[in-house]
Design a protein around this ligand. Structure first.
Ligand code: RIB
Length: 294
């Protein structure tokens, strides 16, 4: 069984559904309110575990009720939580999500996720030493991502950086990451609006731009390629990116070629959007493999 370490956020998603997204200064009536576990790190950990990987999460929760639910949920999904600690006096991360007009908008309050410092990650160095691939996102401090990139380089471990939410990253981190997976919006911020093809050619088989319904674009060393996504009836797109990243990491760690990894990841992501909640639709291995036959 392949081993994956996820260094990242875990949060409680507070989800409001509404037919209309309010504009600034406007109040609208919503249809429902639900709380479900989320956070990009925890989502990716759960997705990878459902796809059959042995996953260890390295993160923090608050010492509150949400923290207990988040931990319980990780355990229920088979994720190792020895390195998910409650932070005394701190609240759990929360994501305030509006589902309206066929898409989501999210405000994240990091809470305990800000306690995932380089020193904290250092405590889990043994886990990283024994892992096949490391996943990280950007709902944790920037210096932790930098530290992790250096650590992975030192230990000869591949790092998949999912640069979400968007913020600038240094060339130092880019060089030390094996894979970087921005969506189109994140790409614009990361590379200052530069031409996509020009940038892709600089990072062959490293930079994978997810373009939603259009698929995933990358440069294979000889030519630019787009691996298409699958058309489905979307109920909730929250967590689709997390499912994609986890599935891509699982497939890469299993030694599949990039084209196959991306097909697998696109399939998993397309299934994930067919149910409500970031983790609600995340598929099992059998569901992804079965979907290729139908
Ligand atoms: O990627 C989706 C996640 O982003 C949600 O679960 C929410 O927690 C936000 O962080």
């Amino acid at each position: 069984m392949i081993k994956i370490a996820v260094v990242g956020s875990s949060s409680m998603d507070l989800v409001v559904t509404s037919t209309k997204r309010p504009i600034a200064g406007e109040t609208v009536l919503g249809d429902s309110f639900v709380t479900v576990p989320g956070g990009k790190g925890a989502n990716q950990a759960v997705a990878a575990a459902r796809l059959g990987a042995e996953v260890t999460m390295i993160g923090c929760v608050g010492d509150d009720f949400y923290g207990e639910i988040i931990l319980e949920n990780l355990k229920n999904n088979g994720v190792y939580t020895n390195f998910v600690e409650p932070v005394p006096g701190e609240v759990s991360g929360t994501a305030h999500i509006t589902l309206a007009e066929g898409d989501n908008s999210i405000i994240v309050v990091k809470g305990a996720n800000d306690s995932i410092t380089p020193e904290y990650v250092q405590k889990a160095v043994k886990v990283i030493e024994e892992t096949d691939i490391v996943l990280v996102q950007q709902e944790i401090p920037e210096e932790t991502v930098e530290y992790l990139a250096e650590l992975c380089e030192k230990l000869g471990k591949r790092l998949l950086l999912n640069p979400a939410p968007a913020r600038k990253i240094s060339e130092h981190v880019i060089q030390r990451s094996a894979f970087i997976t921005p969506n189109e919006h994140e790409f614009e911020i990361l590379f200052n609006g530069r031409d996509r093809s020009e940038v892709l050619a600089e990072y062959p088989n490293k930079l994978f731009i997810t373009e939603g319904k259009d698929g995933v674009r990358y440069f294979d060393g000889k030519q630019e390629r787009v691996v298409p996504s699958f058309v489905v009836e979307a109920v909730d797109t929250t967590g689709a990116g997390d499912t994609f990243n986890a599935a891509f990491a699982v497939a890469v760690a299993e030694g599949k070629g990039f084209e196959e990894c991306l097909l697998f990841a696109n399939r998993a992501a397309s299934i994930s959007v067919t149910k409500f909640g970031a983790q609600g639709g995340m598929p099992t291995r059998e569901e992804v493999e079965g979907s290729f036959e139908s």
